[in-house]
Design a protein around this ligand. Structure first.
Ligand code: B1M
Length: 235
């Protein structure tokens, strides 16, 4: 970005200008500015989901396009990711501030082996927490043993897997196949997500559902929990 940016006072911008500036700052990996912009929008009464989607996720989409086109490289994208995390740090307590007292269900989530992308996974975890789920995040680069250990420890209702690379998404099937082999597959609802996935892929690997985004993940998880409760009540 240009030197002019140094003189910009974020709080003097109107909402549209501020959102555009935040997307620029995210692109440039400017953590304090993205964090400050997030705070300003919240102070102006913006809904946390709107800040997330309009400023941060949209900014990251632009970063992704230029990464794909060879305009940005890994170190720059990492800076952008860190700037996004700066903003998300402020949104997290709001999104996760649940009015639900008792846990709606237990949810384990991790990014699969070979994959270190964690922003989407973190968002899903945050939104699930916000919906009242007890969330256990096992992190990135999770192999089948890590998933199995987390299942054993937390006894989740729902297992979530995230993958952002076409080369790592097949690993989800390794986890599911292992659960089938161990005769434990049907004890859990398995939801999968990540940019390169789609419904067909989710069905092909034997997941219960593919979730396009974090909001869909929450809705889908709630639907499965409702079904589970109905079955328990009936049986
Ligand atoms: Co990476 N990267 N990256 N990257 N990166 C992508 C994914 C890519 C599409 C960029 C591109 O070329 N356009 C491309 C993949 C191409 C492909 O596979 N066909 C790519 C590549 C190639 C790579 C490397 C191989 C680059 C290299 O080293 N040459 C490398 C791989 C490293 C590895 O994992 N082994 C790499 C590295 C990196 C960084 C480290 C620099 C950084 C990650 C930092 C971090 O996560 N801490 C990075 C980033 C940031 C991206 C992009 C730009 C942004 C991803 C992101 O955070 N999006 C990405 C381009 C893109 O996706 N547009 C790209 C924002 C996030 C909110 O969205 O993660 O999709 P997303 O999550 C959504 C939904 O998908 C869904 O809900 C979320 C919220 O709504 N969802 C779930 C996700 N997981 C879910 C789980 C669920 C449910 C829903 O469970 C129930």
């Amino acid at each position: 970005m240009s030197d002019q940016d140094e003189d910009i006072i974020l709080k003097d911008l109107d909402d549209n200008e501020l959102v555009a500036q935040m997307q620029d700052d995210l692109y440039d990996g400017m953590i304090p500015e993205v964090t400050e912009g997030t705070q300003i929008l919240l102070d102006r009464g913006w809904d946390a989901n709107m800040v997330l989607n309009d400023a941060l996720v949209e900014g990251m989409r632009i970063v992704g396009e230029d990464f794909r086109d060879g305009i940005l490289f890994v170190p720059e994208v990492l800076q952008s990711a860190n700037a996004m995390k700066g903003g998300m740090g402020l949104l997290r307590p709001i999104l996760a501030n649940s009015s639900v007292n008792s846990s709606v269900g237990t949810f384990v989530i991790g990014t699969v082996k070979g994959d270190i992308h964690d922003i989407g996974k973190n968002l899903v975890g945050m939104m699930m927490e916000g919906a009242g789920f007890d969330v256990h995040d096992i992190g990135i680069n999770s192999d089948v043993d890590k998933y199995l250990a987390a299942i054993e420890e937390h006894k989740p209702d729902i297992l979530g897997m995230s993958a952002l690379l076409t080369t790592t998404m097949p690993y989800m099937k390794v986890v599911i196949d292992t659960m089938v082999e161990k005769g434990m597959r049907d004890d859990y609802t398995i939801l999968v997500g990540g940019a390169p996935l789609n419904e067909e892929f989710g069905a092909a690997i034997g997941a219960d559902a593919y979730c396009r985004d974090a909001a869909v993940a929450v809705e889908t998880a709630k639907e499965f929990m409702a079904k589970k409760h109905n079955q328990m009540a009936a049986g």
